[in-house]
Design a protein around this ligand. Structure first.
Ligand code: GLN
Length: 451
């Protein structure tokens, strides 16, 4: 813990942590030492972790990296972090992220952008770590935590993992409790770990996952020993390759790496089959209706009365308006506006209802592939590697970062991103494996071959 706290001080330029909790960390580590001395070590005893600022941590800064949650310190702890502490993990601090988890480059944070520890060959230009869990991914990549919590609504665990050469898994919807996780789009949000290796991710997810009476969408199913799946042979498993993921604008190196992944799995005896997921093309537009719709509803609670920031006004409406105008950043305001528009009378059927129908079709595509005997699906995680801050200014281009990841959230399936190699510039690229509902063990099993 001391070594990590020291390393965090030395890596301040990355802006990965917005708050560190050294006293708490040392106290937790000392408690772990006592447990270990007594021979009572638990699953994650003494492992120092970083926590995405979206998770409520009791008495500790929790702002979803938004100004509107100014100085908010919850009186409660999220279920996921409670589970980690109950297994002996140690909290190092809170990690930077896109404001309310809206973004793909960690440039929308109220606390400023996060810097990816990677550099292109022969260049010293800063790169983004991806988003929204950019702080989590950068911190794991820079070795300033042993692992991190993250969340994924449309790709926010997997895309930053891909851009930083780390492993990130978004489990099946309902696998982790959302209680105490600041809500973005409740039907899509899931928590999961970002870690250095597939095995570490397996150990962390085992601890994070649980059924929870405080989240009625969490699922009452035993949590398997995920780490035991790592290293299990993949011989005979059927891996689907969806043709719709060969999109225009994909970097040739991404394509090559995808092929390389196929070869690695074949060499281990997996069977590769071509599949079709015909509604893939509609996933991104449908996501950018469903996610903002739910966000506009979830964010209605930030009214200057209950949490964080309040900007005084002449009357209550004026106070609401001034607080929300000052408290939310540009991307969050854009989402609230899109969301309220698609939910408004007269547009609801044309946009929101239509998007929900498309969502069902996307889910059905996956159901059919799995019914036909496919065990997991292999795709790239992102079209390309990390880019420079400010390189993508148009929101629609930024939304294209999520093209391969949003389908998984729309269908509620588990997806893992695993580092698969470097491009010509020496930057990491990731491959994504998509599993059946509660098929996380298969993902860990197959990911280990690629890692
Ligand atoms: N980049 C996507 C968005 O901005 C996904 C974010 C996420 O998964 N939290 O909505």
């Amino acid at each position: 813990t001391d070594a990590y706290l020291g390393a965090i001080e030395g890596a301040k330029a990355l802006n990965a942590y917005i708050v560190t909790t050294p006293d708490k960390a040392r106290e937790m580590a000392a408690a772990s030492d006592r447990k270990l001395a007594a021979g009572e070590g638990r699953a994650l005893e003494g492992i120092p972790l970083g926590i995405k600022d979206l998770f409520a941590t009791q008495g500790v800064h929790t702002q979803a990296c938004s100004h509107i949650l100014n100085e908010f310190k919850p009186r409660y702890e999220s279920t996921v972090t409670s589970n980690l502490w109950a297994d002996g993990a140690v909290m190092l601090g809170k990690l930077n992220m896109d404001e309310f988890a809206m973004g793909s480059s960690n440039e929308t944070s109220y606390y400023g952008a996060v810097v990816n520890p990677w550099r292109a060959k022969g260049s010293n230009a800063a790169l983004v770590p991806g988003g929204s869990s950019g702080g989590s991914a950068a911190a794991v990549a820079a070795r300033i935590c042993a692992g991190a919590t993250a969340t994924d609504t449309g790709g926010s665990i997997r895309q930053p993992a891909a851009l930083t050469g780390t492993v990130g898994i978004k489990p099946t919807y309902g696998r982790c409790s959302r209680w105490g996780v600041v809500a973005f789009a409740s039907s899509l949000d899931q928590a999961g770990p970002i870690a250095r290796t597939v095995k570490d991710a397996a150990l962390l997810l085992k601890s994070m996952a649980s059924v929870d009476l405080k989240d009625t969408t969490s699922v009452d199913r035993p949590v398997p020993d995920y780490a035991a799946a790592v290293g299990r042979p993949v011989k005979g498993l059927k891996i689907g390759i969806p043709k719709e993921y060969r999109v225009d604008g994909m970097a040739p190196e991404t394509e090559t790496l995808w092929q390389q992944g196929i070869e690695w799995l074949k060499a281990e005896g997996a069977e590769i089959v071509d599949i079709s997921l015909p509604h893939t093309h509609y996933a991104l537009p449908a996501y950018y209706i469903v996610a903002p719709a739910e966000a506009s509803s979830n964010l209605a609670r930030y009214d200057g009365v209950r949490f964080g920031l309040r900007v005084p006004g002449n009357d209550i409406t004026d106070m609401y308006e001034k607080t929300r105008a000052a408290g939310f950043g540009a991307e969050v305001k854009r989402r609230v506006m899109i969301g309220t528009y698609v939910l408004s009378a007269g547009y609801y059927d044309a946009y929101y209802l239509k998007a929900q129908k498309v969502r069902t079709l996307i889910k059905r595509d996956f159901d059919l592939a799995f019914e036909a005997g496919v065990d997991a699906i292999l795709t790239p995680t992102t079209p390309d590697a990390a880019f420079e801050p400010g390189a993508i200014t148009d929101p629609v281009s930024m939304y294209l970062q999520d093209i391969f990841t949003v389908t998984v959230n729309m269908a509620g399936l588990p997806g893992i991103s695993v580092p698969a190699g470097l491009n010509e510039k020496g930057l990491p690229l990731g491959l994504q494996l998509i599993g059946k509902p509660f098929g996380e063990e298969t993902l860990f099993q197959v990911a280990q071959v690629i890692e």
